[in-house]
Design a protein around this ligand. Structure first.
Ligand code: ADP
Length: 211
């Protein structure tokens, strides 16, 4: 079955609307800005459920997707939305949810709004991890040595990812500023300070792991 067919089978509109929702947040920032790290901290300490579209795609066996990632290109919006819907459907929307790596284009952001709207949900915040590109590139080089991600090892792929980010994803900062959802964080700080800032700005309470 083609990868597109596979994701077409999921229909979110059949869901029953929940009575309440948790925080639903997206995290933006250039490659290497720490989106995955922050998401994992929110998951372990603040009860967030986490979707990383990058992780989902990297696990796929689909040859076309593998080629797209290897080139540093973005996956087409329509396919990406199907992948997101499938992952979102697995989550409990009454809990806190962090989307890491989605949306990456204005079209994806509009589709996300409409998907959430149909489910009776709404986005709480867009966290923007602001980091100069040279610092981000240094972090990616280090991550390539530690984690061995293939798309971190090739300079042409890295440069393509930054170009795609600049052209297609960065405009989302303005998009979310206009809807007053943007929380801008200086991502040159250490990971614990970044988490602290996010917690303060979102007024989050630490999860009680004994409950
Ligand atoms: P990073 O933020 O470090 O660049 P990710 O792990 O979030 O990396 O994503 C890796 C790759 O997965 C991207 O370069 C792109 O090819 C693909 N990808 C992930 N999310 C999306 C998305 N929302 N739209 C299009 N492509 C995506």
């Amino acid at each position: 079955m083609s990868v597109i067919k596979k994701f077409e089978q999921f229909n979110l509109e059949e869901r029953v609307l929940p009575d309440s929702q948790g925080e639903i947040v997206v995290v933006l920032g250039p490659p290497g800005s720490g989106k995955g790290t922050l998401s994992k901290q929110l998951k372990s300490d603040y009860n967030f459920e986490h979707i990383s579209t990058g992780d989902v795609i990297r696990k796929s066996e689909d040859e076309d997707l593998k080629k797209i990632i290897a080139r540093g290109d973005l996956v087409p919006d329509d396919l990406m939305l199907k992948i997101l819907k499938k992952e979102f459907k697995k989550l409990d929307p009454t809990k806190n949810i962090i989307l890491d790596g989605f949306p990456r284009t204005i079209k994806q952001a509009n589709e996300l709004d409409s998907m959430l709207g149909k489910m009776g949900l709404g986005l709480s915040h867009a966290l923007f991890l602001k980091l100069p590109y040279d610092v981000a590139k240094e972090r990616i080089k280090r991550r390539a040595e530690i984690e061995g991600r293939k798309d971190d090892a090739d300079i042409n792929t890295i440069n393509k990812r930054f170009k795609e980010y600049e052209e297609k994803t960065f405009p989302l900062v303005d998009f979310y500023a206009k809807s007053r959802k943007l929380i801008k964080i200086d991502a040159e700080m250490g990971k614990d300070e970044i988490l602290q800032k996010v917690v303060e700005r979102m007024k989050l309470k630490k999860a009680n792991k004994n409950l």
